[in-house]
Design a protein around this ligand. Structure first.
Ligand code: ZN
Length: 249
């Protein structure tokens, strides 16, 4: 239990960092300097104000410089990263696969920020994570090992076809991302990931249009749905497929 709490706290700290990465990398800014600042008055955050989640509550959600409201998205995002980090060992056990799971969560947190803010999945991020995943799948391979290659090819081709058919509705960033997802998850689960992402996108996107949160022609970033669909496929995939087969038979 203690160890889960430690992972949770690490998740919150990393979440805070991933938010900075997701916001700065697409703008080609350094992820180390300068320190984060208030977007309204430019007040640079002091060490106390940089403490994830807690500082938000200490400051009652307001900037110390100008008193303008800080979006609750930030602490929510940090908490969510912490929760996902802490939940991961329940699915993977204390094995090498836990490292893969945490890497996957990290990739998706960064991508979600970039895609929501800029509608971009930065190449730089994908290349970095491709390096990590390659190394991890050499150390902790899928069974059989070539399932990674088959998955990567499947993810790439499937999204490439859709990108071509949709004429830009699906960006090329998504194609590259799905090659990476396929490499980590393998053939079967990458297909499930795509099915779930599309389902989540259709349901939530449709709901957002119905409630007039977004306009019909407004493009919706697909990254967060890919993140949700893939994590569900990765953590629950085999149970879902077994359940489906049971219903069929
Ligand atoms: Zn301010």
């Amino acid at each position: 239990m203690m160890i889960n709490l430690v992972i949770f706290i690490y998740g919150i700290i990393f979440g805070s960092f991933y938010n900075v990465v997701g916001l700065r990398v697409p703008e080609k800014k350094s992820i180390v300097t300068p320190r984060s600042a208030c977007s309204s008055c430019g007040h640079q955050l002091t060490p106390i104000e940089l403490i994830p989640v807690i500082s938000y509550f200490i400051q009652k959600g307001k900037c110390r410089g100008c008193g303008s409201r800080i979006s609750p998205i930030y602490p929510t995002f940090e908490l969510l990263t912490g929760i996902l980090f802490a939940a991961a060992p329940y699915f993977t056990g204390w094995s090498g696969e836990l490292v893969v799971a945490l890497t996957l969560i990290s990739l998706f947190m960064i991508i979600t920020v970039s895609d929501i803010h800029y509608m971009i999945i930065p190449d730089k991020i994908l290349i970095w994570f491709a390096g990590f995943f390659l190394l991890e799948r050499i150390i902790w391979p899928l069974d059989p090992w070539w399932n990674s290659l088959l998955g990567a090819l499947t993810g790439f081709l499937l999204l490439l076809v859709i990108a071509i058919i949709s004429k830009g509705g699906m960006g090329f960033g998504d194609v590259k991302l799905y090659a990476l997802i396929g490499f980590v998850l393998g053939f079967k689960l990458v297909l499930l990931s795509f099915f779930l992402s599309t389902l989540f996108g259709a349901v939530i996107g449709g709901l957002a249009m119905l409630l007039k949160i977004v306009k019909r022609q407004q493009p919706i970033p697909f990254g967060p749905f890919i993140a949700a669909g893939t994590l569900v496929a990765y953590f629950y995939g085999n149970e879902l497929i077994n359940l489906y087969l049971q219903i069929l038979s």
